[in-house]
Design a protein around this ligand. Structure first.
Ligand SMILES: Cc1ncc(COP(=O)(O)O)c(C=O)c1O
Length: 396
């Protein structure tokens, strides 16, 4: 007796964050409690306003029934109202929005509607792994666009060879950018949309971090156009709801229509009582203000620590990630490994694990480490103290 494991699974490298989880488990097994900046899972509680609404919604939905495939009309309307308030966009909840079971599900499944075997999907490197993995599962090939500090972490669309452009179906963008923390200027959104329309490429902006900014308020790509454009949103980071699994996609109604067809065949949606509670989360911005202040305090602690180590100033403008360049001569993987010494016990993600090599050989993750600012302020303080106390051990 035996079984066949599909090539699409056999050929996959391990998911980077699974490796981080293993490292954390190994430290715990030694009796050390590490401070974990590795996986970007917020540790703050989901705000009371959302949890309280869930309790009443569960009773209101005593007969659960399957959720709507495309999302409850009230939730889609709340999403459109929120987007109008935040970005001034006019999105029709009837045709231009569909819910997702969190952005990961949506991002992973999106290419199934648009990508055939042999097609190319343009993915930022570094970038969120499902851009690449969803492409591969759909039979397409990822083509990596390096995000470099000297280009303000923006991809160079004009540098993509014309034979690659001809086979490209989707351009994945993520601004505010994870993990670099960069914002895109208006001109970049305008150029990317024009480029996508000219080349028949769908331009998708992953806006998972749009609420978590520290200076200038980020703009949605949908402020610049809707034709051939969609945006992915998530409740996960704005409201510390990673465990609830809810987000939405908005934009070009023809694209949303195809994506609804994909999803209708795959899943049965996020439970309606979670959609009800999420409406309360979208109607309250006060908790998001507090969330921003908490991340800002941690960003500032890390910025001060890296400055004391003599590292370049890489403080993010947005997101919960800190993409720090290590000095020339210091290897990022080695630096991250030294941080795991039980006397420091700080977990971060080496940049090379988060960025695939571009076709021209550029490895945009080389020389970087990512700190996801999810430990508490107290733990962040302790981590910074441990790093500074071990400066010589870490960088000589
Ligand atoms: C860039 C980016 N997009 C999307 C997601 C997915 O968020 P969720 O599936 O929880 O909505 C994440 C999660 O870490 C992320 O980092």
């Amino acid at each position: 007796m035996g079984f066949h494991t599909a090539e699409r699974i056999r050929s996959l490298p391990s998911y980077p964050f699974a490796v981080i989880n293993e490292r954390v488990a190994a430290l715990r097994a030694q009796g050390v409690a590490p401070i974990d900046f590795g996986v970007g899972d917020p540790t703050l509680p989901t705000p009371t306003v959302i949890r309280e609404r869930l309790k009443t919604a569960v009773d209101e939905r005593a007969c659960s029934g399957y959720p709507s495939y495309i999302g409850d009309a009230a939730f889609r309307t709340a999403c459109a109202t929120w987007m109008k308030g935040q970005f001034g966009t006019d999105i029709d909840p009837a045709t231009e929005i569909t819910t997702t079971i969190g952005s990961k599900e949506g991002i992973f499944n999106f290419p199934l509607g648009f990508v055939e075997s042999g097609d190319i999907v343009l993915c930022p490197a570094p970038g969120y792994p499902p851009y690449q993995r969803g492409t591969m599962f759909a039979g397409g090939t990822p083509y990596y666009l390096p995000l470099l500090r000297e280009n303000h972490y923006l991809p160079d669309l004009e540098a993509i060879p014309s034979d690659v452009v001809a086979k490209s179906r989707i351009l994945w963008l993520c601004y505010p950018n994870a993990p670099t923390g960069a914002l895109a200027p208006d001109s970049f959104f305008q150029d990317a949309i024009a480029w996508g329309q000219k080349n028949d490429v769908i331009v998708v902006n992953d806006e998972a971090y749009i609420d978590l900014y520290y200076e200038e308020k980020p703009r949605s790509i949908l402020e610049f156009g809707k034709e051939n454009v969609v945006a992915f949103h998530s409740m996960s980071k704005r409201s510390a709801m990673t465990g609830w699994r809810i987000g939405w996609t908005a934009g070009d109604p023809d694209i949303i229509g195809v994506f609804r067809k994909v999803k209708t065949n795959i899943d049965s949606g996020t439970p309606t009582f979670i959609q009800d509670a999420s409406i309360a989360g979208l109607e309250d911005e006060e908790h998001v203000v507090q969330m921003r202040e908490d991340y800002r305090a941690k960003r500032d602690m890390l910025a001060q620590t890296f400055a004391t180590l003599g590292f370049d100033d890489c403080a993010p403008a947005a997101t919960i990630h800190y993409w720090q360049r290590v000095p020339a001569g210091v290897d990022a993987v080695e630096f991250a490994t030294k941080l795991l010494d039980p006397s420091i016990a700080v977990v971060c993600t080496p940049g090379p694990w988060l960025a695939d090599k571009a076709a021209d050989g550029t490895h945009a993750g080389k020389g970087y480490v990512r700190f996801s600012m999810v430990p508490s302020q107290d733990d962040t303080r302790r981590a910074c103290d441990a790093i500074l106390a071990n400066k010589t051990k870490l960088i000589g």
